[in-house]
Design a protein around this ligand. Structure first.
Ligand code: DHB
Length: 390
């Protein structure tokens, strides 16, 4: 089989890339090892930068982002028993949207299928061959175990942090890497929102984030040991832990129907491209979740790469693909810094001395009391300008 662009991974990066290429008349095949149902029901990220929303709505990928999604013009930063609002509209003149990732995926899948594009679920990529030729091949296996081989002009690894494509580009583990001595305990519960906006709380007991998913479902996290057993605490103990970390806010409790542990890592692959194989999204980099950059960074990669591939395939001009790694890495490292900074400023470091702890509160106070500090946070959170789209 042949296609112009073979895309591994039907997450936000792979599906959006296929959608943007399709608008330029460039066909692609997207494969994913998961089922459509799994992709459309797994609850993951929830915050979209303004630029991400503009791309989804202006390219016809999603109208629901405006009807189901909800605009948030600020967040609360809580520390030392105080609540401070970071007003995005007043400082950065921008906003974010609360729109669950799986809702965006439903929209993208529907748009792809409506356009008659080739989207294959339960097909598992095994490896990429001949990356440096002009006919790279994607070797995979379908649900019945039958081999699938796709020859393409370009192969894109949009296959997440356990990327198969990465081994042929950069080496499986070859990259800049940092681990953190804590994780997030995440819950989903059936309850109304506890506050209008998201609350990021630095407390003496550790960090907590009170986020949302919909009027009926809330997402909350608290800092925990990376080795914690998600089933060790009762529901009452979970609520007690969360409540102790957001003094001044009374949490609205409800049935907890999902619990998970999120590892904290920072990673950037040494190489984002080899020959005709290119990495985007989590396959190329991972950020810790604080600040919600992961999915938005994937979208920024894809906007750049779609334009570069269009130029290569339609005009025979490889200059933008050649420039893709360097251009993408500028935003990637800014987002790495922001995610590391939000993480470091808000979490209790297990080894922290009293000095470290008081310095951290001094840092938070510096940010909230300075218009420049609030503006930096708001600019980064709502997203630096996205690359343009045609
Ligand atoms: C969510 C996750 C984040 O990391 C964040 O900064 C904000 C919200 C969330 O899952 O809702």
């Amino acid at each position: 089989e042949r296609t112009r662009v073979a895309i591994i991974g039907a997450g936000p990066a792979g599906l959006l890339l296929s959608h943007l290429l399709g608008r330029q008349g460039i066909e692609s095949i997207v494969i994913d090892q998961r089922s459509r149902e799994q992709i459309e029901t797994t609850i993951r990220a929830g915050i979209l930068e303004q630029g991400t929303v503009e791309i989804l709505s202006e390219t016809g990928a999603s109208d629901r982002v405006h009807t189901v999604g909800r605009r948030h013009e600020g967040i609360e930063l809580a520390f030392a028993g105080e609540h401070h609002r970071i007003d995005f509209a007043a400082t950065a003149g921008r906003a974010v949207w609360l729109y669950p990732q799986h809702e965006a995926l439903k929209d993208l899948i529907a748009a792809r299928l409506a356009a008659g594009q080739d989207l294959r679920f339960e097909v598992t990529a095994e490896r990429v061959e001949d990356a440096e030729s002009d006919r790279p091949r994607l070797i995979a296996r379908d649900a019945s175990g039958a081999p699938v081989e796709i020859e393409a002009d370009w192969i894109v690894g949009a296959d997440g942090s356990r990327s198969v494509a990465r081994s042929s580009v950069s080496g499986q583990r070859a990259g800049y890497f940092r681990e953190y001595p804590f994780a997030w305990f995440g819950i989903l519960c059936e309850a109304p929102p506890s506050a209008e906006e998201l609350i990021y709380s630095n407390s003496a007991e550790g960090f907590a984030l009170i986020s949302q998913r919909s009027p009926e479902v809330q997402r909350m996290y608290f800092q925990c040991d990376p080795e914690a057993d998600p089933d060790a605490l009762s529901e009452a103990e979970l609520w007690e832990t969360l409540q102790a970390r957001v003094p001044g806010t009374t949490l609205k409790e409800g049935r907890i129907f999902q619990r998970d542990i999120l590892r904290f890592r920072s990673f950037v692959a040494h190489e984002l491209r080899r020959g005709r194989v290119v990495l985007v999204g989590d396959a190329a980099h991972t950020v810790p979740p604080t600040g919600a950059k992961g999915m938005n960074l994937a979208v920024a990669d894809v906007v750049l790469l779609s334009e570069a591939l269009r130029s290569a395939l339609a005009d025979g001009d490889d200059a933008l693909v050649d420039a893709y790694p360097e251009t993408a890495l500028q935003r990637i490292w800014k987002a790495q810094h922001f995610s590391w900074w939000m993480t470091s400023m808000l979490h209790l470091q297990p080894e922290a001395s009293d000095f470290d702890r008081l310095r951290q509160l001094g840092e938070l106070r510096t940010v909230v009391e300075s218009e420049a500090g609030r503006t930096y946070l708001a600019e980064a959170y709502t997203g630096w300008p996205m690359p343009g789209i045609e």
